[in-house]
Ligand binder design. Structure first.
Ligand code: NAD
Ligand code: WQD
Length: 343
């Protein structure tokens, strides 16, 4: 069946939004997730939003036997592979856990796919693989380097996919390099639900706005940027989700498989930390008190995408702007101050 897709990590932040986009595009999905960083409630809400039960299997991508069973039971066209761990700081403290989940887990999944001749693979990579770029915007041909185990795990998988493509020319290995995903579904029903104190800027801002955290620390105000604070390419998770549907369509349309195909998903525009804080206040009316703090180790000054390849190959372009990202984040955060936790 050309429309049946396995979504690993589908209960997570980007995966749950992508399930909705896939359903809207007519795909039939099976979600596979070990719930190590997500909640069943996210999928209950996705089911309510699409008015259809979600086929969910709780399992780990390192469990080859369970994956074999699932691939025997379903005829998948392809896999969208979100499952993995993503906290940079935690990866420094627990590198083996990161390489095990992100690298070994992906190898196991690819082996099972190969055994079942399912060779359409959409991989969640990250702009982190570009390290500190020499020029901007960043296009897909830029050199890659990483300084932390999380980034190394993404880069290692990219290298594995490149080698796999050389060894066997039946694969579509579409590697989507996300810039900075933010925002939430426009319903306010699903969104990002970090455990503990958020590491990333947008969830931190929204938790300050909702009163869970007192003040935002702005990490560095002496970068060579518009106002001294770090610049990133924030991309709405709904646009990002649509990019996965477009990547699948692209794979379906190929007469000859494309092999390893890296594609940036970003807006092509950078915003500074202070610009995001101001945009959030303008979009929501909520004040976000902040103080300047030291630079965060490992951070770079600026990072934004060239999104030309996504437009040319996939016909994909981000449609939602910073105002939408802030409004939708706030709709989710204010309606669900404790995320998916039932209080
Ligand atoms: P998330 O943590 O919300 O989702 C990941 C999902 O994978 C979770 O539901 C988790 O329970 C599951 N998972 C983790 N390890 C697993 C395993 N071994 N077996 C089965 N399931 C497992 O993260 P997200 O923000 O939705 O990110 C999705 C993917 O995109 C990740 O691979 C991440 O590295 C990548 N990515 C995220 C960002 C970002 O800023 N959010 C940026 C670039 C790339
Ligand atoms: C954005 C800007 C911070 C928090 C990370 C990962 C990357 C990718 C996306 C997965 C920077 C500043 C942040 C705060 C701040 N994830 N900041 N105060 O670092 O670009 O990317 O998430 O692949 O791999 O490294 O995103 O949201 O953490 O930071 O001033 O409390 O906000 O210094 O300039 P980053 P971020």
């Amino acid at each position: 069946m050309r429309n049946k897709i396995l979504v690993t990590g589908g209960a997570g932040y980007i995966g749950s939004h992508t399930c909705i986009a896939l359903h809207q595009a007519g795909y039939d999905i099976v979600v596979y997730d070990n719930l190590s960083n997500s909640s069943r409630e996210a999928l209950n809400r996705v089911s309510a939003l699409i008015d259809k039960p979600i086929e969910f299997i709780q399992g780990d991508i390192r469990d080859a036997d369970l994956l074999q069973e699932i691939f025997k039971a379903h005829q998948f066209f392809g896999v969208i592979h979100f499952a993995g761990l993503k906290a940079v700081g935690e990866s420094v403290a627990k590198p083996l856990m990161y390489y095990s989940n992100n690298v070994s887990g992906t190898i196991t999944l690819l082996e099972v796919m190969a055994a079942h001749k399912v060779k359409n693979f959409i991989f969640s990579s990250s702009a982190t693989v570009y390290g500190d770029p020499e020029t901007l915007p960043i296009d897909e041909s830029f050199p890659r380097s990483c300084t932390n185990p999380y980034g190394q795990s993404k880069l290692a998988v990219e290298h594995i996919l490149e080698d796999l493509a050389v060894s066997d020319n039946h694969w579509n290995l579409i590697t989507l390099r996300y810039f900075n995903p933010v925002g939430a579904h426009s319903s306010g029903q699903i969104g990002e639900d970090p455990n503990d104190i958020p590491n990333n800027l947008m969830p931190y801002i929204s938790q300050v706005a909702v009163g869970k955290l007192a003040t935002l620390s702005v990490f560095g105000n002496d970068y060579p940027t518009v106002d001294g604070t770090g610049v990133r390419d924030y991309i709405h998770v709904t646009d990002l989700a649509k990019g996965h549907v477009d990547a699948l369509r692209y794979a379906e349309q190929q007469t000859a498989p494309v092999g390893f195909m890296p594609i940036n998903l970003g807006t092509g525009r950078g915003s500074s930390v202070l610009e995001l804080v101001t945009a959030f206040t303008e979009a929501t009316g909520k004040n976000v008190p902040y103080q300047f703090a030291a630079r965060r180790a490992g951070d770079i000054a600026s990072c934004y995408a060239s999104a030309d390849k996504a437009k040319e190959l996939l016909g994909w372009q981000a449609k939602l702007d910073i105002n939408d990202m802030c409004q939708d984040t706030w709709r989710w955060q204010s309606a669900n101050p404790d995320g998916y936790k039932v209080t």
